[in-house]
Write a protein that binds this ligand. Structure first.
Ligand code: NAP
Ligand code: HSE
Length: 428
């Protein structure tokens, strides 16, 4: 049977990763779906760029999107450019032309998912995005298919390979934040704008996509509370370790009596939990379904081949006999707005690190502020030596509302003895 010819938009980390897997596993793919998948045209931004890996012979390289979107010989367009400008235009154009689309672009799906799914639905084509969340981990298909009969009570994930790589390197090898970030970029894990990785924005994009898959609801990105890892220091990692925890950047959503409590935040995770042991560029998703109970998926969340593997899975799904699109996992039903539990009402245990003058009454004042907001202290430690003028004081609390924790941080930050802004992480 003739090969399916695809248009590949983007030939960076993931695009070239996909090309490699298509080449290496060509026979295997043919054995499973009865035909080969061949790249016809590759779209890039800069035709003059020197590339260490080139598309195979006979593949056209172009900087013109219409060479993909308007080519009747291309039934599938794979978008691996990133961003929400040119990528959105190409995807819309391709869907309108009746082509299936595969993308790894969680940013675009988080911001414009409902309208793109509506367009794909109208045209009766597939818009698949397994690579958009957690790289090589098949979480999209798992939620859409394998667990579709379950009500998802809770989902917590490590969804950003770059952030996890940085935290792991800081924890295990004592690396500085910036050094670890540079390494993650060199390994191809980071977004074009790495602030998306370290500020929790990429994790937020992925969480919005997962919420849609798990609940069929749209949780607007702007409504999601998001904190990144830039405030995590070696000192936090050390203190957390002394208390028996590791620091991870988590995405979490819970169904609280039909309302969704969701957020992205750095958290202390007990070192005995599987999530605490997820290292390097690995991601993990732990979820609880009302029938299946707890499940955990673990694998590489970023990088050329793991992500290429997820893109390939979507391509093979589209090429299989009898494919019928169900892009959201809720059939033709439109994605409706989520009923959101106000983030300030979320309940968690907390880690506070205050940097304060080392003088009498400071510890008591902090403890009193906690008590004023009905926060109960579980453990406390003051670090530093006799000679230090400023010292870190760390409190671990019992469960408290987010608004109480934020109020304590704001009040302490306004005190005359405070030397640096309070650092606040959750405890899982
Ligand atoms: P990348 O290495 O920066 O590659 C981007 C590619 O897209 C490059 O080939 C670039 O062309 C091309 N491109 C960008 N803008 C373009 C435009 N306006 N017109 C034509 N071509 C354009 O990015 P990546 O890491 O592969 O990521 C691609 C997508 O996959 C993003 O949505 C990202 O979030 C997602 N993703 C990445 C990973 C990962 O591990 N890297 C994992 C999962 C998902 P030039 O080569 O000419 O510059
Ligand atoms: N920049 C992303 C990460 C790529 O580090 O996880 C995978 O989506």
């Amino acid at each position: 049977m003739e090969a399916v010819r695809i248009g590949l938009a983007g030939f960076g980390t993931v695009g070239s990763g996909l090309a490699r897997v298509l080449e290496e596993n060509g026979d295997w793919i043919e054995r499973r779906i009865g035909r080969r998948i061949a790249i016809k045209t590759v779209l890039v931004r800069d035709l003059t760029k020197r590339r260490s890996f080139l598309p195979g012979p006979g593949v056209a390289l172009t900087d013109d999107p219409s060479a993909l979107a308007d080519d009747p010989e291309i039934p599938i367009v794979v978008e691996l450019m990133g961003g929400v400008g040119a990528a959105k235009e190409l995807i819309e154009r391709s869907l309108r032309a009746g082509k299936h689309v595969v993308t790894a672009n969680k940013h675009l799906l988080a911001e414009h998912g409902p309208e793109l799914f509506a367009l794909a639905e109208e045209k009766g084509v597939g818009l698949l995005y397994e690579a958009g969340v957690a790289g090589g981990i098949p979480i999209v298909q798992t939620l859409k298919d394998s667990l579709s009969g379950n009500r998802i009570e809770k989902l917590v994930g490590i969804l950003n390979g770059t952030a996890n790589y940085i935290l792991s390197e800081m924890t295990t090898n004592g690396l500085e934040f910036e050094t670890a970030l540079t390494q993650a970029q060199a390994l191809g894990y980071a977004e074009a704008d790495p602030t998306f990785d370290i500020e929790g924005v990429d994790t937020a994009h992925k969480l919005v996509v997962l919420i849609r898959l798990a609940y069929g609801r749209d949780y607007p990105l702007k409504a999601l509370p998001v904190r990144g890892i830039t405030s995590v220091t070696q000192q936090d990692i050390e203190v957390a370790r002394e208390f028996g925890y590791r620091i991870k950047l988590l995405a979490q959503v819970r169904d609280v009596d039909g309302r969704l409590e969701a957020g992205v935040f750095p958290a202390l995770v007990k070192h005995t939990f599987l999530l605490a042991r997820v290292g390097g560029n690995y991601n993990a998703v732990r979820l609880e379904g009302n029938a299946v109970g707890p499940i955990m998926l673990h694998g590489q969340g970023a990088g050329a081949l793991p992500t290429g593997s997820a893109v390939l899975a979507d391509l093979m799904t589209l090429c299989r006999e009898g494919f019928r699109p169900d892009n959201t996992g809720f059939g033709p039903a439109p994605v409706t707005p989520a009923d959101i539990l106000p983030p300030e009402l979320a309940v968690s245990r907390y880690y506070f690190r205050f940097t304060v003058a080392d003088r009498p009454g400071v510890m008591a004042a902090i403890a009193q502020t906690m008590a004023d907001h009905n926060i109960s202290i579980a453990q406390a430690v003051q670090k530093g030596d006799e000679s230090a003028a400023d010292v870190p004081i760390v409190f671990l609390t019992h469960a408290a509302q987010a608004k109480a924790a934020d109020a304590v941080a704001a009040e302490i930050d306004a005190m005359s003895f405070t030397r640096k802004p309070t650092v606040l992480f959750r405890i899982l």
